[in-house]
Design a protein around this ligand. Structure first.
Ligand code: IPE
Ligand code: IPE
Ligand code: MG
Length: 275
């Protein structure tokens, strides 16, 4: 598959049509989070080494990011490396680190030209110094952009995020700055690494695995889940549109009763009471 540049690619007319149709059909989620899985299996199925899957996966990141910016998604959070991924073979971890540093160097200008702001969540200080440096530079370069916020979850896990929030709250309580009885949902959300970002409405996982793998555990309380068999290196904008279409057809009830079923059940109730 041809890599698509954020700046050089002429958007084709059929893609423009797909995007307009999607926007007309329903609401575009403000925040989409993606568990980008299946790189290794994708490469293996082509007789290649796992790192090749990670490399081609960067093309998917570029394409999906660009499409999100174009259709008006405001936040895109990508699970790129979990706390548990440190347990992979050294060779794979270092290949991933090299790929991260190289991709950041290559893509930072593209992100900036497209008015995209880069952010991270996770234990960035566990990364090699050159990766941290590339991250700092790309974040600094794009800090004033406001079309889309692209957040990379790096050395991230949901339990780590919640643990850090608990530590901060416990410290504030110990120092007498907060009353433990006043701790509520919002206060916890405000102490997570995603404090300034709304919870994702839609979480996508590629490669057909039906699990969360320690991603945004607190934040996904009411997210809609979309799981596709497609491996991440094959997940491009058309697949993203399918996920959004599925999202648009769902009814989000947040534990309440839907308007329709509410009407239906109250009219049944009236019928039952009427002799
Ligand atoms: C996802 O693909 C990328 C990372 C977790 C870094 P995988 O590397 O997990 O690929 P599979 O799931 O083994 O195929
Ligand atoms: C989840 O994928 C983590 C990322 C996509 C970064 P994994 O491949 O690590 O998850 P498991 O091991 O299948 O649960
Ligand atoms: Mg995997």
């Amino acid at each position: 598959m041809e890599p698509i540049s954020l700046t050089n690619k002429e958007q084709n007319s059929s893609d423009k049509k797909s995007q307009s149709a999607l926007i007309e059909q329903g609401a575009i989620p403000e925040h989409i989070a993606i568990i980008m899985d299946g790189n290794g299996r994708w490469a293996k199925s082509r007789g290649n080494i796992r790192s090749y899957g990670h490399k081609v996966g960067v093309d998917s990141v570029r394409d999906v990011t660009e499409a999100c910016a174009q259709i008006g998604v405001k936040y895109l959070t990508l699970y790129a490396f979990s706390t548990e991924n440190w347990g992979r073979p050294k060779m794979e971890v270092s290949a991933l680190m090299r790929l991260l540093a190289r991709s950041l160097r290559k893509e930072a200008d593209n992100l900036n030209e497209n008015n995209i702001k880069l952010e991270t969540i996770g234990q960035i200080d566990r990364f090699p110094e050159n990766c941290q440096q590339e991250l700092r530079e790309a974040i600094d370069l794009t800090k004033d952009n406001d079309r889309l916020q692209l957040c990379l979850a790096l050395s991230y896990s949901g339990r780590w995020d919640i643990t850090e929030a608990v530590k901060k709250l416990a410290q504030s309580a110990k120092e007498g700055d907060i009353d433990p009885n006043k701790i509520d949902d919002k206060m916890i959300s405000d102490h997570l690494s995603t404090a300034d970002v709304p919870d994702p409405e839609l979480i996508i996982r590629t490669s057909g695995e039906y699990r969360i793998s320690n991603f945004l555990l607190w934040q996904l309380a009411y997210s809609e889940l979309y799981i596709t068999e497609t491996y991440w290196p094959d997940f491009r904008r058309e697949e993203l549109y399918k996920a959004i279409q599925s999202f648009q057809q769902r009814e989000r009830r947040f534990g309440k009763v839907s308007e329709n079923s509410q009407k239906k059940s109250s009219s049944l109730y009236v019928q039952e009471l009427t002799p």
